[in-house]
Write a protein that binds this ligand. Structure first.
Ligand code: FAD
Length: 120
């Protein structure tokens, strides 16, 4: 097996915005690409909910479907309009998946997203 540091550095340096949250989407970790894309330093987002990225215009039915999917231990993929710290909107292609403990309960969520604004 690789040393734990390698797994950390791989996530930290991945070219896609990555966050690890608790089971309520409160942020525990973000990688460097997340800071770069969203404009938030990690100190500003850790402990806050992922909803800080919401543009506040997405219908709540979309979020309900997202939560239904991930709470039933499935992966949700979709596109949301996110807002950076500066207030700029961008299209985020997201993948959100649960991280289970040994007993099969949801412990964390993994969020990965990239800016697909230019591709639309
Ligand atoms: P709210 O009014 O708080 O929620 C809208 C609806 O979502 C509610 O009616 C409810 O049905 C559902 N909901 C919200 N929170 C919960 C909960 N804890 N449990 C069950 N149902 C709930 N959102 C983004 O906009 N952009 C992102 O990039 C993004 N990334 C995420 C990454 C991860 C790993 C996770 C787990 C979530 C992410 N979310 C993201 C979703 C985010 O946490 C919020 O649920 C969403 O932004 C809506 O928040 P709100 O305060 O605007 O709306």
């Amino acid at each position: 097996p690789l040393p734990p540091r390698v797994y950390f550095e791989t996530v930290e340096q991945a070219p896609v915005a990555i966050s690890i949250t608790d089971d309520k989407a409160d942020i525990l970790y973000v990688n460097a690409a997340f800071e770069q894309l969203t404009g938030y330093d990690r100190d500003q987002v850790i402990g806050r909910n992922q909803s800080i990225l919401s543009n506040n215009a997405t219908p709540s039915s979309i979020y309900q479907q997202l939560w239904r999917t991930i709470q039933s231990k499935n992966t949700w993929t979709g596109i949301l309009v996110n807002r950076t710290r500066d207030g700029g909107d961008y299209l985020a292609e997201l993948i959100i998946s649960p991280v289970l403990d040994a007993g099969g309960r949801i412990r964390f969520f993994l969020g990965m997203h990239r800016d697909v604004t230019r591709e639309h």
